[in-house]
Design a protein. Sequence first.
Lengths: 208, 208
Amino acid sequence: MPPKPKTELERQQLRTLIIDTARELFVSHGVEAVTMREIAKRIGYSATSIYLHFADREALLRDICDIDFLALASSLKDVSKIAGPVERLQALGRGYAEFALNYPNHYRLMFMTKRTMCDPQQSSVQQNNAEQDAYYQLKIAVNDVYAAGYFRGDLTDKALIAQTIWAGMHGVCSLQINMANDVWIDWVDINARLQLMQTTMMRGLLKD
Amino acid sequence: MPPKPKTELERQQLRTLIIDTARELFVSHGVEAVTMREIAKRIGYSATSIYLHFADREALLRDICDIDFLALASSLKDVSKIAGPVERLQALGRGYAEFALNYPNHYRLMFMTKRTMCDPQQSSVQQNNAEQDAYYQLKIAVNDVYAAGYFRGDLTDKALIAQTIWAGMHGVCSLQINMANDVWIDWVDINARLQLMQTTMMRGLLKD
DNA sequence: AAGATTAACTTAACGCTGTTAAATTAACGT
DNA sequence: ACGTTAATTTAACAGCGTTAAGTTAATCTT
């Protein structure tokens, strides 16, 4: 029904409306099942209107991903208040898993689905900003434990330590998200698996 | 161009020809990029012919997955010859990672992609057959280490131990497969990550 | 041996998808 | 008052998985 002039602010608001609407649909239906037409209908526009704001579906997914990464980082920001460095690192792992299992479809989009990458320059997430970059939060937490001298003597590569801890938690979460319904496996309770992964990581990486 | 009667053997051969052709295409192009028409063209049939042997694309993917699981288990079968139980467990992890990183598109289909499950009854993989069931191989290896009394005293749930080790290796492999090209992360060499995950797991789970 | 039957296969077509081209609408500048 | 132009829609395309309808030729029946 619409006419002509639109302020830059209004354009931006429509962009984020599209993104937020799509994210909401993803929660319940999963990314792959949500169509461009469905997103458009939900906001009362025609499907082609989305292409005035995003080059294609992939570009929309990238921007949605950015918001998801911000949401993850935001959900973890209170962790920095925790006193002990080791406790902080463990709380980060717990928070990460909580996000993954609360928003499995978003986690899937972020970490388990093949996507075309964009350079971080044009991402809306500020790299190495602790409020926005969850991986940076992990690196800080690892750094703090390292500075306190808690890691085993043979562990000197802090990026390697961080990526290993990440992989451990990601392994538990992603198997849960993708394989929990697989009757082939005699799955143990997910909380027990998360717990053992955390303590195994700490026992394996920290000094005795 | 073809006429009528076909033996049960010939039907089976055509089935496996379809599966093998699709698997080969998956290796280079990825599962999502391979279309039914493309598979059919490759074997010189029309696309609709596939539907005489598989209910739908999902059913074809399930059967392909079965073959992939068999291939994984087969690639690990020599591990059982290794003498020490801990060495066996570690070799299993290395072999698993080797498979994952050599056939990333198949690994993605097997462990990272949402699929509708079928009951193990009608799977061509024999559950709890060490030659065919890779997860059973892992359980045996964990069992052997457990029987030898090498695990820490507070670890009594063998399924939990197996699933944690699996999650650790899966975490490293799946992050590598899906995120290795992400310039956001200062990725350390994949072999170093695999190595540290293995030693961390062993240090964390085994007695000192 | 001729005709009906039927398995194996193909061509046509449907509904859905992401996406593009063309048409429409209405506010603005002059 | 009127063209210009941005915002939006409708129409349409190519490709997908899939189904329906046809075609072919070997076998079965009598």
